[in-house]
Design a protein around this ligand. Structure first.
Ligand code: AMP
Ligand code: ZN
Length: 466
């Protein structure tokens, strides 16, 4: 039995899907105006653990959006659209910015072994269902018009405090935390559709029954989640920062429109923080997977680091903890490789190995206790009472969740190379394929200048530090 902590009830609950043959899960995806930082990626790693733990029991449809329009600088609908700001910052079009950062996002996502969603939905490709949803809310009397858009009147929805609790919402309504624009009826009201500014041409805008403009960020997720997963989702995830505004607003819009419960289990991941405070994408200074690579860490060492902390606790990032994660991962792989050799990579399932596999899965099923599952893994691979073939059997189950490249026959030697060296190696492989030996030699020199020696072997290029 999977048990999950539900933000809505503030306790761990048994997980009972609506339909065992298809569990539905929606995860808020990236806003693609900049690189994803490792804090964002911690959230996707936690969601991946959830996805893998569920898929070990049930088929899963996992939808993730890509926010490529409408997320304003403040989650509470103030300021400019992050996409248009990104475009101005880089002197490119908002569409090019979205394409570039989305592609980069998937590279990082894959490098951390996060399982790709079943469906990826881009906001800009779903404007029609968003408009439909706003129309329904309008027909039902939940909306009003201001000079800059169509707003949702939160006072008309009596469960508005469902996710965060009454005290929090009444604090907001007292106006203590949110500055209210003159035209908003309540401080918690939010934009469903924003009009394009009169004095400035937006790059991303669409016609609507209310005028040319763009959707609000919250309506994007409600419309896309319900389009693909129906009115009631089993699970909705995101980072903890989404509880108070984004997910609270998603509930208000969706439930007002359908009259049904929107989500059965709300699951939120805690933040990765820096000693100096919060890691923020809009702040500009943040650590990415590429930064880790440049410092010589392979991305999976970061996955290992995240596995070592429960998803509902804050994780303070430091390079000392990265060092220790990288070292532990190396040691675990070395043990796994030895087990692979001793067992001739042949698994034997016995009562003993089953007991260890159960212990591992029970840790994951207990609200994704990855630190415990990792500890069980270490115990199992060192356990004197298990044969190598039994350990190899255990490792199949563990690796299906941990996904740390524990079972690879040969560890790829190039994993920890800096990105610029990887890029040069790729170019050199292409030059060699095209039999452009001159270019290949030039690239060898360029790689040498970065401090690496490259050798050509029957398996391809191999690199070593000089
Ligand atoms: P964004 O691309 O800013 O829309 O955020 C993508 C995801 O990352 C969301 O689920 C956020 O809640 C989450 N997130 C943002 N900052 C952090 C952080 N420092 N640690 C963990 N998750 C974060
Ligand atoms: Zn969302």
């Amino acid at each position: 039995m999977i048990r999950l902590y539900n933000t809505a009830s503030r306790r761990k609950e048994d997980f009972t899907p609506q339909r065992k043959e298809n569990v539905t899960m929606y995860c808020c995806g990236p806003t693609v105006y900049n690189f994803a930082h490792i804090g964002n990626l911690r959230t996707y790693i936690f969601e991946d653990l959830l996805s893998r733990t569920i898929r070990a029991e049930y088929p899963l449809t996992h939808v993730m959006n890509v926010t490529d329009v409408g997320h304003l600088v403040s989650d509470a609908d103030d300021g400019e659209d992050k996409m248009e700001l990104g475009a101005a910052r880089e002197g490119k079009s908002a569409w090019d910015i979205a394409k570039f950062y989305e592609q980069k996002f998937w590279q990082d996502y894959d490098a951390l072994h996060c399982t790709r969603p079943t469906i990826v939905s881009r906001a800009t490709e779903h404007i029609a269902p968003m408009i439909e949803l706003v129309k329904t809310l309008e027909e039902k009397g939940y909306t009003y018009r201001t000079s800059d858009g169509i707003y949702y009147d939160t006072s008309k929805f009596d469960r508005y405090d469902a996710l965060v609790g009454h005290a929090h919402i009444s604090g907001l309504q007292g106006g203590a935390r949110v500055e209210m624009s003159d035209e908003k009826r309540n401080p918690t009201d939010f934009a469903l559709w924003k009009f394009s500014p009169k004095d400035k041409k937006r790059q991303m805008e669409w016609d609507s029954p209310w005028g040319v403009g763009f959707p609000g960020w919250h309506i994007e997720c409600s419309a896309m989640a319900m389009k693909y997963l129906g009115n009631t989702l089993d699970i909705h995830c995101g980072g903890i920062d989404h509880v108070t505004i984004h997910h609270t607003n998603e509930i208000a819009q969706s439930e007002a429109a359908t009259g049904r419960k929107y989500v059965n289990y709300w699951i939120h991941g805690e933040f990765l923080i820096l000693r100096s405070g919060k890691m923020s994408k809009s702040g500009g200074t943040f650590i990415t997977v590429d930064v880790l690579r440049e410092k010589g860490y392979e991305p999976l060492a970061y996955r290992y680091l995240c596995l070592g902390a429960h998803y509902r606790t804050q994780l303070e990032f430091s390079y000392e903890s990265m060092d220790s994660a990288a070292k532990s991962l190396k040691n675990l792989r070395a043990l796994a490789a030895q087990i692979g050799q001793e067992s001739a990579r042949t698994a034997q399932e016995t009562e003993n190995s089953r007991a260890w596999k159960t212990k591992f899965m029970q840790a994951m099923q207990d609200d994704l206790n990855a630190p415990k599952a990792l500890a069980v893994t270490w115990e199992a691979v060192r356990c004197g009472e298990l044969s190598a073939a039994e350990k190899w059997d255990f490792l199949q189950t563990a690796e299906a969740i941990l996904s740390l490249d524990l079972l690879k026959e040969e560890q790829p030697a190039q994993l920890a190379l800096p990105t610029e060296v990887l890029a040069l190696l790729e170019q050199r492989a292409a030059a060699r394929q095209a039999k452009d030996w001159k270019k290949s030699d030039e690239l060898r020199d360029a790689i040498a200048q970065k401090g690496y020696v490259v050798k050509d072997t029957p398996q391809g290029q191999q690199t070593e530090k000089k």
